[in-house]
Design a protein around this ligand. Structure first.
Ligand SMILES: O=C(O)/C=C/C(=O)CC(=O)CC(=O)O
Ligand SMILES: [Ca+2]
Ligand SMILES: [Mg+2]
Length: 403
């Protein structure tokens, strides 16, 4: 039998006691601090710790998860165990109940301070589709793709919490039929449905992680929308990779799902051919069985499945640190766009509309090639947590504002 909380959790709630995702919230004009979701409530952790576990009171009183994430896996385990007990054993009700705040009365903030932000390219389906669109006539997968998890460094300061408006970026690009570039608002604004791994435990300079070390360093998981301007990208990306086409905004969900909560969703990593070099092999490596959902103006347009990803989080971290680069508390390591073998699972409009040439047909006769001003994109996800239960990630959403 699945554990149950004495807090009423509505059927189908994303936040059963098996989840316990962390957030930074504010309430009634007070300063932002750390909370955890249970059912339709946010549990205020700083006062709970103050009365029971003073060491953690200041850790939870601040406006960021970073101090908690930096404490490492043993502390994450201990706190999760403590919270699970407080929320399942009715004897703690008198203490805990006054610290539950209805979720619809809080404001959710950026949950952690992003240190570095890296975006991988771990979906074979996405990489193949984008290769065909962006580099017609060439092999869709570049020769290195099956040998290493490709990534680029992006802009930590441009990562914002769900709900932040997406101002249509301007930039330099070429328009069909003209050789010279123009500067102006992008005409090809896109989303990318991704999953982000949030680093808790840092590494020391020169420390190289093995694939199996990932679980000691990944604190939790968020949803990511890597907004992208395809016209700017196509013109700027060779030879150094995306720059302004992706750095104007990246949105993340406000809830950080503990990696421990996703243990029942861990699945064997995919078969890889050719076998990667030894530094990219592990004996306890894992993929994740997450089901994503992308909505455009409330209509579901794609259901990408994370289980299809080729490169694993462990391989991403092993590769990132293989040169001696460090991980810092608060690093956001995004997977890259999650896509699948057919259109029901494609994770961006470039794929779903074949670079705008085959517009999506939406309810009410509307069509879309790329995003229009006023469009709202919402990404959500679920994961199995055993006993037929699922947990939810909440959502990452954003609406396009004019340039
Ligand atoms: O194939 C390319 O040149 C570009 C691909 C992308 O835009 C994808 C990217 O940002 C990484 C990802 O989300 O998978
Ligand atoms: Ca991306
Ligand atoms: Mg971006």
């Amino acid at each position: 039998m699945a554990a149950k909380s004495w807090v009423p959790v509505p059927d189908g709630s994303p936040f059963p006691v098996q989840n316990l995702p962390y957030c930074v919230f504010s309430y009634a004009g007070e300063d932002p601090r750390v909370g955890v979701a249970i059912g339709s409530y946010v549990l205020d952790l700083a006062p709970l710790a103050a009365s029971e576990w003073a060491d953690f009171a200041s850790v939870f009183a601040g406006p960021s998860l970073n101090p908690f994430m930096a404490l490492g896996r043993r502390a994450w385990h201990a706190v999760r165990h403590w919270l699970t007990e407080r929320l399942t054993d009715e004897s703690h009700r008198d203490l805990v109940e006054p610290l539950l705040i209805p979720m619809d009365q809080v404001r959710l903030h950026m949950p952690f301070t992003v240190a570095d932000f890296v975006d991988f390219f771990a979906s074979e389906h996405h990489a193949t589709n984008m290769g065909r669109l962006i580099r017609p006539g060439e092999q869709p997968l570049t020769p290195n793709w099956r040998h290493l998890p490709i990534a680029y460094h992006s802009r930590a300061g441009s990562v914002a919490v769900s709900g932040t408006p997406v101002r249509r970026p301007s930039g330099q690009y070429r328009v069909p039929g003209r050789a010279e570039p123009v500067f102006g608002p992008t005409e090809r604004l896109d989303f990318e449905a991704e999953v982000g791994f949030v680093i808790g435990t840092p590494t020391t300079p020169g420390q190289r992680l093995s694939v199996d070390d990932a679980r000691d360093h990944i604190f939790g998981v968020v949803l990511v929308n890597d907004w992208s301007a395809r016209d700017i990208q196509a013109w700027e990306y060779r030879p150094l990779g995306p720059f302004n086409s992706k750095s104007f905004l990246t949105s993340i969900s406000p809830w950080v799902i503990p990696l421990d909560a996703l243990e029942p969703a861990m699945i064997p990593p995919p078969a890889q051919d050719p076998e990667p070099l030894p530094y990219l092999r592990g004996s306890h490596d894992f993929g994740l069985d997450l089901s994503l959902r992308v909505e455009l103006n409330g209509e579901v347009i794609s259901r990408p499945r994370y289980a299809r990803m080729y490169w694993t989080p462990g391989q991403m971290l092993a590769h990132l640190t293989s040169c001696g680069a460090t991980l810092r508390t608060g690093d956001l390591v995004a997977s890259g766009t999650v896509s699948g073998p057919d259109a029901t699972e494609w994770g961006c409009l470039a794929e779903l509309t074949v670079d705008g040439t085959e517009p999506l047909k939406l309810a009410g006769g509307a069509t879309r090639s790329y995003l229009e001003d006023g469009d709202q994109v919402t990404i959500s996800a679920t994961a199995p947590v055993g006993d037929g239960l699922t947990l939810g990630f909440g959502e990452v959403t954003g609406r396009v504002d004019p340039a």
